[in-house]
Design a protein around this ligand. Structure first.
Ligand code: SF4
Length: 209
Protein backbone atom coordinates (compact mmCIF):
# COMPACT_ATOMS: atom_id res chain seq x y z
CA UNK A 1 0.00 0.00 0.00
CA UNK A 2 1.36 3.37 -0.88
CA UNK A 3 1.30 5.70 2.09
CA UNK A 4 -0.13 8.82 0.52
CA UNK A 5 -3.33 7.05 -0.45
CA UNK A 6 -4.36 7.00 3.18
CA UNK A 7 -4.96 10.71 2.85
CA UNK A 8 -7.67 10.03 0.30
CA UNK A 9 -9.62 7.27 1.88
CA UNK A 10 -9.44 4.61 4.52
CA UNK A 11 -11.51 2.20 2.45
CA UNK A 12 -9.39 0.64 -0.25
CA UNK A 13 -12.48 -0.50 -2.15
CA UNK A 14 -13.49 3.13 -2.46
CA UNK A 15 -10.30 4.62 -3.76
CA UNK A 16 -10.75 7.85 -5.69
CA UNK A 17 -10.25 7.87 -9.46
CA UNK A 18 -7.63 10.61 -9.34
CA UNK A 19 -4.50 10.67 -7.22
CA UNK A 20 -2.46 13.80 -6.58
CA UNK A 21 0.81 13.78 -4.65
CA UNK A 22 4.27 15.30 -4.42
CA UNK A 23 7.28 14.28 -6.48
CA UNK A 24 8.53 11.99 -3.73
CA UNK A 25 5.76 9.56 -4.64
CA UNK A 26 6.43 9.44 -8.37
CA UNK A 27 7.94 5.96 -8.44
CA UNK A 28 7.24 3.17 -10.90
CA UNK A 29 5.75 1.10 -8.10
CA UNK A 30 3.27 3.81 -7.15
CA UNK A 31 2.33 4.56 -10.73
CA UNK A 32 1.78 0.83 -11.37
CA UNK A 33 -0.36 0.57 -8.24
CA UNK A 34 -2.54 3.46 -9.33
CA UNK A 35 -2.89 2.10 -12.84
CA UNK A 36 -3.89 -1.33 -11.53
CA UNK A 37 -6.52 0.30 -9.32
CA UNK A 38 -7.97 2.57 -11.98
CA UNK A 39 -6.58 5.77 -10.48
CA UNK A 40 -5.41 8.57 -12.77
CA UNK A 41 -2.00 9.64 -11.50
CA UNK A 42 -1.53 13.40 -11.12
CA UNK A 43 1.73 12.64 -9.35
CA UNK A 44 4.96 14.45 -10.05
CA UNK A 45 8.24 12.59 -10.41
CA UNK A 46 11.78 13.74 -9.68
CA UNK A 47 12.85 16.22 -12.31
CA UNK A 48 9.28 17.23 -13.20
CA UNK A 49 10.14 20.89 -12.56
CA UNK A 50 13.79 20.60 -13.48
CA UNK A 51 13.09 19.15 -16.92
CA UNK A 52 11.11 22.23 -17.87
CA UNK A 53 14.14 24.47 -17.39
CA UNK A 54 16.28 25.53 -20.33
CA UNK A 55 19.49 24.14 -18.84
CA UNK A 56 17.93 20.69 -18.63
CA UNK A 57 16.48 20.82 -22.15
CA UNK A 58 19.75 22.06 -23.61
CA UNK A 59 21.90 19.40 -21.95
CA UNK A 60 22.68 17.13 -24.90
CA UNK A 61 24.37 14.55 -22.67
CA UNK A 62 21.36 13.74 -20.51
CA UNK A 63 19.75 10.40 -21.28
CA UNK A 64 16.35 12.14 -21.30
CA UNK A 65 17.50 14.17 -24.29
CA UNK A 66 18.98 11.30 -26.30
CA UNK A 67 16.96 9.95 -29.20
CA UNK A 68 15.58 6.46 -28.63
CA UNK A 69 14.55 4.33 -31.57
CA UNK A 70 11.90 2.14 -30.00
CA UNK A 71 11.36 -0.01 -33.10
CA UNK A 72 14.98 -1.23 -33.17
CA UNK A 73 15.66 -0.43 -29.51
CA UNK A 74 18.78 1.69 -29.57
CA UNK A 75 19.74 5.19 -28.42
CA UNK A 76 21.74 7.71 -30.40
CA UNK A 77 24.52 9.45 -28.49
CA UNK A 78 25.46 13.14 -28.97
CA UNK A 79 28.08 12.14 -31.55
CA UNK A 80 25.46 10.25 -33.56
CA UNK A 81 26.70 6.84 -32.58
CA UNK A 82 24.18 4.06 -31.93
CA UNK A 83 24.09 2.80 -28.37
CA UNK A 84 22.92 -0.77 -28.68
CA UNK A 85 21.18 -2.68 -25.95
CA UNK A 86 23.62 -4.93 -24.14
CA UNK A 87 21.60 -6.21 -21.23
CA UNK A 88 18.93 -5.78 -18.60
CA UNK A 89 19.26 -4.80 -14.96
CA UNK A 90 16.62 -6.17 -12.61
CA UNK A 91 15.91 -4.85 -9.14
CA UNK A 92 13.39 -5.36 -6.43
CA UNK A 93 12.07 -2.70 -4.07
CA UNK A 94 11.79 -3.22 -0.31
CA UNK A 95 8.16 -4.19 -0.78
CA UNK A 96 9.02 -6.78 -3.44
CA UNK A 97 8.05 -4.82 -6.56
CA UNK A 98 10.28 -5.79 -9.50
CA UNK A 99 11.78 -3.19 -11.78
CA UNK A 100 13.65 -3.65 -15.03
CA UNK A 101 16.07 -1.31 -16.77
CA UNK A 102 17.53 -1.81 -20.23
CA UNK A 103 21.28 -1.22 -20.52
CA UNK A 104 22.75 0.39 -23.65
CA UNK A 105 26.39 0.89 -24.55
CA UNK A 106 28.11 3.09 -27.10
CA UNK A 107 30.27 1.25 -29.63
CA UNK A 108 33.43 3.29 -29.24
CA UNK A 109 34.04 6.37 -27.11
CA UNK A 110 37.79 6.34 -27.72
CA UNK A 111 39.04 9.75 -28.84
CA UNK A 112 35.53 11.28 -28.89
CA UNK A 113 35.75 15.10 -28.84
CA UNK A 114 32.61 15.26 -26.64
CA UNK A 115 33.93 12.87 -24.07
CA UNK A 116 34.69 15.70 -21.62
CA UNK A 117 30.97 16.29 -21.06
CA UNK A 118 29.53 12.92 -21.90
CA UNK A 119 31.59 10.23 -20.31
CA UNK A 120 34.09 11.01 -17.59
CA UNK A 121 35.73 7.60 -17.15
CA UNK A 122 39.15 7.24 -18.68
CA UNK A 123 38.50 3.87 -20.22
CA UNK A 124 35.61 2.00 -21.80
CA UNK A 125 32.49 3.13 -23.56
CA UNK A 126 29.55 5.00 -22.09
CA UNK A 127 26.68 2.94 -20.75
CA UNK A 128 23.22 4.18 -19.94
CA UNK A 129 20.20 2.57 -18.29
CA UNK A 130 16.59 3.19 -19.21
CA UNK A 131 13.54 1.97 -17.33
CA UNK A 132 11.08 2.12 -20.21
CA UNK A 133 8.04 1.34 -18.10
CA UNK A 134 8.83 4.24 -15.79
CA UNK A 135 9.51 6.49 -18.78
CA UNK A 136 6.01 5.69 -20.07
CA UNK A 137 4.44 6.37 -16.68
CA UNK A 138 6.29 9.68 -16.50
CA UNK A 139 5.02 10.67 -19.93
CA UNK A 140 1.46 9.92 -18.81
CA UNK A 141 1.98 11.92 -15.61
CA UNK A 142 3.53 14.79 -17.57
CA UNK A 143 0.56 14.93 -19.96
CA UNK A 144 -1.88 14.92 -17.07
CA UNK A 145 -0.01 17.42 -14.91
CA UNK A 146 0.24 19.94 -17.72
CA UNK A 147 -3.43 19.59 -18.71
CA UNK A 148 -6.09 21.99 -17.43
CA UNK A 149 -7.20 19.52 -14.78
CA UNK A 150 -3.59 18.88 -13.80
CA UNK A 151 -2.94 22.57 -13.29
CA UNK A 152 -6.01 22.73 -11.08
CA UNK A 153 -4.79 19.79 -8.98
CA UNK A 154 -1.36 21.36 -8.69
CA UNK A 155 -2.76 24.66 -7.52
CA UNK A 156 -4.83 22.96 -4.81
CA UNK A 157 -2.20 20.50 -3.68
CA UNK A 158 -0.08 22.87 -1.55
CA UNK A 159 -3.17 24.34 0.12
CA UNK A 160 -5.36 21.35 0.93
CA UNK A 161 -3.27 18.43 2.19
CA UNK A 162 -0.09 20.22 3.23
CA UNK A 163 -1.85 22.33 5.86
CA UNK A 164 -3.46 19.19 7.28
CA UNK A 165 -0.18 17.29 7.31
CA UNK A 166 1.42 20.26 9.05
CA UNK A 167 -1.20 20.22 11.76
CA UNK A 168 -1.01 16.45 12.14
CA UNK A 169 2.74 16.16 12.26
CA UNK A 170 3.87 19.30 14.02
CA UNK A 171 0.91 20.59 16.05
CA UNK A 172 -0.43 17.19 17.09
CA UNK A 173 2.83 15.22 16.92
CA UNK A 174 1.21 12.41 14.89
CA UNK A 175 4.34 11.38 13.04
CA UNK A 176 4.19 7.62 13.24
CA UNK A 177 1.60 4.88 13.34
CA UNK A 178 1.44 3.18 16.71
CA UNK A 179 0.59 -0.24 15.29
CA UNK A 180 1.79 -2.67 12.66
CA UNK A 181 -0.20 -4.37 9.88
CA UNK A 182 -2.72 -2.93 7.42
CA UNK A 183 -5.82 -3.51 9.58
CA UNK A 184 -4.28 -2.04 12.72
CA UNK A 185 -2.79 0.92 10.89
CA UNK A 186 -6.17 1.52 9.23
CA UNK A 187 -7.81 1.52 12.65
CA UNK A 188 -5.03 3.72 14.06
CA UNK A 189 -5.46 6.33 11.36
CA UNK A 190 -9.27 6.09 11.31
CA UNK A 191 -9.42 7.03 15.01
CA UNK A 192 -7.00 9.87 14.46
CA UNK A 193 -8.90 11.15 11.39
CA UNK A 194 -12.23 10.98 13.24
CA UNK A 195 -10.85 12.96 16.18
CA UNK A 196 -9.19 15.40 13.81
CA UNK A 197 -12.43 16.03 11.95
CA UNK A 198 -14.42 16.48 15.17
CA UNK A 199 -11.85 19.04 16.27
CA UNK A 200 -12.22 20.88 12.94
CA UNK A 201 -15.99 20.71 13.14
CA UNK A 202 -16.04 22.21 16.65
CA UNK A 203 -13.69 24.99 15.59
CA UNK A 204 -15.97 25.76 12.64
CA UNK A 205 -19.07 25.71 14.84
CA UNK A 206 -17.41 28.14 17.22
CA UNK A 207 -16.56 30.47 14.34
CA UNK A 208 -20.10 30.46 12.99
CA UNK A 209 -21.86 30.61 16.41
S1 SF4 B 1 31.68 9.86 -25.33
FE1 SF4 B 1 30.84 8.07 -26.39
S2 SF4 B 1 28.67 8.17 -25.98
FE2 SF4 B 1 29.49 10.19 -25.54
S3 SF4 B 1 29.26 11.35 -27.41
FE3 SF4 B 1 31.27 10.45 -27.46
S4 SF4 B 1 31.02 8.52 -28.56
FE4 SF4 B 1 28.99 9.21 -27.93
Amino acid sequence: MIPFLSSFSMRYDRLPREGCADAGYGSEENYAYMEANGIEAYVKYNYFHKEQKKAFKDDIFRIENLYHNSADDYYVCPMGQHMERVGTRRDRTDSGYRTESAVYRAGNCEGCPLRWGCYKKRQGNREIEANHRLIEYKQQARDRLTSEKGLEHRSKRPIEPEAVFGQMKYNMQYKRFRHFGTDKVTMDFAFFATAFNIKKMIAKMKRTA
